[in-house]
Design a protein around this ligand. Structure first.
Ligand code: NAD
Ligand code: LMR
Length: 326
């Protein structure tokens, strides 16, 4: 007998990330090749025409797993009974817009969509926020959905994790598959902290053979942190295929398990590692049976403490700006 379809909602579905993401979801890259899928796509009214074209292309792929596609501009229709929600849609920064204006414009979107999540999604839905500023948007969505378990929410820092892996592998001349226990901490912003102190290369401590503190502080950490900006400068628009790939990695690991591997996920802080509650913060995690567990009790040295603190300060500042809306 065929399995019951799983409902996956995607917001901002007609955007560039949506275009790189939907086809991979429909192919089974998150849920496996044995799981039928219903896509529930949300877009604003002015992008409905473009979304119609994307849906035509999805149909033209004749994906065997894709049982239905729902298209709407109403969050409560898009989120109805959804088992997974990938929140990509957000207002981009326009000319002359301050970071504060962007925060406030998106706060409104994530507040409305958070309330819709509260009413409509499956109670165990896995929700990932990608639209920027992702950590604070996730906080707004979670706070606007008080009936849902806060552990249902996460924000994306996996793209930064993948970027860090790739840069590290190149530096030490090792295959990416051999590197584990890498972390990206903090905010998905230039204050993020890529940390290879615990990383292993073929199960051997990687930092032991890479005693190059100058490369770490002057090249590795800033290159990871500035990669999104470098891509915007090169392409004229922000990363899309690599962002979609990171969404797939994040959701697949959450649903199917990370097989003991550490992955970086931005989660509602629980006070550990000196990070105050009330913000979403990138931490190392292991996923098992659909549950995310933080990797606990790692040593935080003075340098790391300062790096973590700068993301904490930034996120507490963002929180302060949107607090009156919560
Ligand atoms: P895009 O502008 O191409 O697409 C965004 C889509 O969202 C548009 O089609 C727009 O119509 C839609 N949208 C806007 N408001 C909406 C709303 N209220 N409801 C539903 N849809 C809405 O942008 P993109 O390149 O696809 O990027 C999307 C977001 O992801 C941006 O905020 C970007 O900064 C962010 N991003 C995050 C990461 C990360 O690692 N966290 C990486 C890359 C991009
Ligand atoms: C990225 O990291 O590529 C994006 O978040 C950059 C951006 O500002 O959209």
């Amino acid at each position: 007998m065929e399995k019951k379809p799983i409902r996956i909602a995607v917001t901002g579905a007609a955007g560039q990330i949506g275009y790189a993401l939907l086809f991979r979801i429909a192919k089974g890259d998150i849920t496996g090749t044995n799981q039928p899928i219903i896509l529930q796509l949300l877009e604003i009214p002015s992008s409905q025409q473009a979304l119609k074209g994307v849906v035509m292309e999805l149909e033209d792929c004749a994906f065997p797993l894709l049982s239905d596609i729902i298209v709407t501009d109403d969050p409560s229709v898009a989120f109805q009974d959804a088992n997974m929600v990938i929140m990509v849609g957000a207002r981009p920064r326009s000319k002359g817009m301050e970071r504060k204006d962007l925060l406030l414009a998106n706060a409104e979107i994530f507040k409305i969509q958070g309330s819709a999540l509260n009413q409509c999604v499956a109670r165990d839905a896995k929700i990932l926020v990608v639209g920027n500023p992702a950590n604070t948007n996730a906080l707004i969505a979670m706070t606007s959905a008080p009936d849902l378990d806060r552990n249902n929410f996460s924000a994306m820092i996996r793209l930064d994790h993948n970027r860090a892996l790739s840069i590290l592998a190149k530096k030490i001349g090792s295959p990416i598959s051999q590197i584990s226990q890498l972390i990206v901490w903090g905010n998905h912003s230039p204050t993020m902290y890529a940390d290879y102190r615990f990383a292993l290369n073929s199960d051997q401590p990687l930092a032991y053979n890479l005693q190059d503190e100058n490369w770490n502080t002057e090249v590795f950490i800033p290159t990871v942190a500035q990669r999104g900006t470098a891509i915007i400068e090169a392409r004229g628009v922000s990363s899309a295929a690599s962002a979609a790939n990171a969404i797939i990695d994040h959701m697949r690991d959450w649903v199917m398990g990370s097989n003991g591997r550490w992955v970086s996920m931005a989660l509602p802080s629980d006070g550990s590692y000196g990070v105050p509650e009330g913000i979403f913060f990138g931490v190392p995690a292991i996923c098992e049976n659909g549950v995310i567990k933080r990797v606990a009790n790692l040593e935080i040295n003075e340098f790391s403490k300062r790096k973590l603190q700068s993301s904490v300060d930034e996120l507490m500042g963002e929180r302060k700006l949107i607090l009156s809306m919560l």
